[in-house]
Design a protein around this ligand. Structure first.
Ligand code: BES
Ligand code: ZN
Ligand code: ZN
Length: 491
């Protein structure tokens, strides 16, 4: 991981980054910070590399142990693009020990030098993440060398301005770390204890253990964990940022299946290992509360995560079993691999009973079908409220984590009616699998409460590295929900 600093000396860095806009030519004025000979070599490099139709975004003048890096920014750039450019910049400078960026105001845009530094630094923080704790034989030469990136500008940069983004980068790392952990190292019990440690940030964390869950009647959730040797936990995380109000502005609900073998409806062996990440939604919820606490958001936010392991065994739920959910509705479990909705359903009921939140967002790696529909590019959104849909979509665009809305209506709702219980956990065919899953969740939401379900299956893992997403767990959703909470705070 690369450390970000501000206002340290510029000249001692091995890689010196200067910023030009794409529209203006590199003038000596823009590059006052480098010496005349480096400037001339950079000019020559530009002439060699630029073609009439394409001016390169990043140009690197390599000088054995040093480099001058030219970043060229379009004046149509927005924040996600600039963050992305920060990630790409990291890719080009990661093998130098230190780097310094001379930040500047971008003409014809709202970007001040501070904002430019913030976006690039954030991009570098996300791109420089790696999960190496289990690689004992990796040689030092295989690790990137970049230890610090220092930001300077003509005037002193306000370091405090970066604190919010630094907290967010930290939260994304937290979600990625949790999601990358293998299931033997992150059982529901270990996970719950980890979340409990968030209390040092001023959050209140309540853990419900198996006995308490039994007493309260979380029977759907318990039907998922009953085949596992690892007992379930539910964690409730409170951020009371607005002490003046008694109301809970929002509840965030996360699926935390620490391993999804499918239960008796066992999954095929190939790719089953990916199901250690079936707790990604819960990691996003825990990380969102962590960020909310560190940023001291002026909102009352409650998070709830259901932590269970879905295993086949002699004590596991059988297809055809009927359970009475915490809401009182009876549920026929026809496929034990459609377990996420069982976990979330009881959590939705509980959080409404206890907190009566003004709105609810749940987030889950819920269906393989959403990957068929959207691939690994966007997450699915299902909601009963157009306002919530709008605010979530905008937040997604601002954060660079986008959503696509799907429909909900009675024709789909009918598909999960059971012949012998109130509802069943799968529909008859495979058609509209993501929508019928959302309809199942909707039946645990009180009428009139704005609710949105985000299906992030396909987004939780990066198979082809992108600028801000190194391989492995993505933490997708943390930036989106943080932007959403910030927008809600302003409303
Ligand atoms: N955790 C899976 C969904 C999933 C699949 C996430 C692939 C990430 C990648 C979920 O619990 C599941 O197994 N869903 C079933 C539902 C089906 C039985 C109705 C599915 O999508 O196949
Ligand atoms: Zn499953
Ligand atoms: Zn699952």
């Amino acid at each position: 991981m690369t450390e970000i600093t501000f206002n340290q000396p510029y000249d001692t860095a091995e890689a010196k980054v200067i910023i030009a806009t794409k529209e203006e030519e590199l003038t000596y004025g823009a590059a006052q910070i480098i010496d005349r000979s480096a400037f001339n070599r950079l000019k020559a490099l530009i002439e060699r590399e630029d073609t009439a139709e394409n001016k390169k975004e990043i140009l690197v003048l390599d000088m054995v142990k040093e480099a001058i890096v030219l970043l060229r920014v379009k004046n149509t750039i927005d924040t996600p693009d600039l963050e992305d450019l920060g990630g790409k910049l990291y890719g080009r400078i990661k093998n130098y020990k230190s780097a310094a960026v001379f930040a500047r105001k971008l003409p014809k845009t709202d970007f001040t030098a501070e904002k430019v530094a913030e976006s690039l630094a954030f991009g570098i923080e996300l791109a420089s993440y790696s999960f190496d704790k289990y690689r004992t034989k990796k040689k030092p030469s295989e690790f990137p060398k970049l230890e610090t990136v220092n930001f300077v500008a003509k005037d002193k940069l306000d370091k405090k301005a970066y604190e919010d983004k630094a907290a967010l980068a930290n939260a994304v790392r937290y979600a990625r770390d949790l999601t990358n952990e293998p299931a033997n190292e992150l059982t529901p019990e270990i996970y719950a204890a980890d979340i409990k440690r968030l209390e040092h940030l001023g959050l209140k964390v309540t853990l419900l253990n198996q006995n308490e869950l039994k007493k309260k009647g979380f029977n759907m959730l318990l039907s998922v964990s009953q085949g596992s040797a690892n007992p379930p936990y539910v964690c409730v995380i409170e951020h009371r940022g607005n002490k003046k109000s008694k109301n809970w502005d929002i509840a965030l609900v996360g699926k935390g299946v620490t391993f999804d073998a499918g239960g008796i409806s066992l999954k095929p062996a190939a790719g089953m290992w990916d199901m250690k990440q079936d707790m990604a939604g819960s990691a996003v919820v825990a990380a969102s509360l962590k960020a909310a606490a560190q940023q001291k958001l002026n909102l009352n936010v409650v998070g709830i995560v259901g932590l269970v392991e879905n295993m086949p065994s002699g004590t596991a739920t059988r297809p055809g079993d009927i359970v009475t959910s915490l809401s009182g509705q009876t549920v026929e479990i026809l496929n034990t691999d459609a377990e996420g909705r069982l976990v979330l359903g009881d959590c939705l009921t509980y959080v409404q009973q206890q907190y009566n939140p003004e709105r609810i967002i749940d987030i889950a790696t819920l269906t393989g079908a959403i990957i068929i529909a959207l691939g690994n590019e966007m997450a699915g959104m299902f909601t009963n409220d157009d306002c919530l849909a709008e605010l979530l979509s905008i937040s997604g665009e601002q954060a660079g984590e986008e959503l696509w809305r799907f429909p909900l209506n009675d024709n789909y709702r009918k598909m999960i009616k059971s012949d012998i219980a109130d509802i069943k956990n799968i529909s008859n065919g495979r058609a509209a699998g993501s929508i019928t899953a959302a309809c199942f969740l909707e039946s645990f939401v009180n009428k009139g409460t704005p609710w949105a379900h985000l299906d992030i299956a396909g987004m939780d893992k990066v198979e082809k590295a992108k600028s801000l997403y190194p391989l492995g767990a993505s933490g997708f959703g943390v930036r989106l929900l943080n932007q959403f909470l910030k927008n809600l705070e302003k409303k």
